[in-house]
Design a protein. Structure first.
Length: 277
């Protein structure tokens, strides 16, 4: 049994609050990494067409023997496939690579404002949802201005917006917008990148106070904010460590210490311009 609690998305579908991300995991390593995660108790796996590891991810899901209904699988549409008809073709290809009949969540990976195609793309997502081939649909890396336009032009409010989010980029404006529209906030790079964030004295101090690792303390901060998190690792011990975050709690002083770290510092691209070249 998985120990991970679930949240309820705006269409009634339940989603584990902590999942396993496979960004930058080579396809030939994905089966092993995802298999280790499923064995450790993860039931949510996040991949994307551009990661080029949907095949390995799907192989691990099949080999696990876990009932499909117990798993929550997310994949994403890449920028070059935006547009109504091309989205439908790309989704079919993702399902083939995954070896699945449906996904639990399908996301537009980036808004790419230059293309001005995310509205038509999302209308194809609505068809995929209506056909029962995705249980929920959403977006990734959308700013409030992109979401505002999308909500006004379509009929299904995105269930999730997956964005870069960690203590040094707390995304308060986006989280507030999501809360007003009942959109779940999902954090990618929840631990920052490299060891930088995990060596910040305030993070180390909170972790030591609770007898935990800095990564566990940061993941706990996310969970208490209500974020969905998808830490990634290919190291079995770290995969297990990242899920052991449901038996302790940060206090108000700890949460304030993390809040003070917000510098608005992005690790990844700026969604207003990414994909413009």
């Amino acid at each position: 049994m998985s120990k991970v609690p679930s949240i309820i998305l705006n269409n009634g579908v339940t989603m584990p609050q902590l999942g396993f991300g496979v960004w930058q995991v080579p396809d030939d390593e994905a089966a092993g990494a995802v298999g280790a995660a499923l064995e450790a108790g993860y039931r949510s796996v996040d991949t994307a067409a551009v990661y080029e590891n949907e095949r390995g991810t799907g192989q691990a899901i099949t080999a696990s023997g876990i009932g499909r209904e117990e798993l929550f699988v997310t994949t994403k549409l890449w920028n070059s496939d935006q547009g109504y008809d091309s989205t439908l073709r790309a989704f079919d290809a993702s399902l083939v690579r995954l070896g699945l009949d449906y996904v639990d969540l399908y996301l537009i990976h980036w808004p790419v404002p230059r293309l001005d195609a995310y509205i038509d793309t999302y209308k194809a997502f609505e068809k995929i949802l209506a056909d029962g081939r995705a249980r929920a649909i959403g977006v990734s890396n959308f700013l409030p201005e992109h979401l505002e336009r999308l909500v006004d032009a379509t009929s299904v409010v995105p269930a999730v917006n997956q964005i870069e989010l960690h203590p040094q980029l707390a995304q308060a404006d986006s989280r507030a917008f999501h809360a007003r529209h009942d959109i779940a906030t999902e954090a990618w790079s929840p631990l920052g990148q490299g060891k930088g964030l995990l060596e910040v004295p305030a993070v180390v101090a909170v972790a030591r106070k609770h007898g935990r690792t800095p990564a566990q303390a940061v993941l706990r901060w996310h969970l208490q904010l209500g974020n969905v998190v998808i830490p990634k690792s290919v190291t079995p011990s770290r995969i297990r460590e990242n899920i052991e975050v449901f038996d302790f709690e940060l206090d108000a002083e700890d949460m304030a210490a993390f809040a003070a770290l917000d510098e608005g510092r992005r690790i990844g691209p700026d969604p207003t311009v990414f994909g413009s070249r």
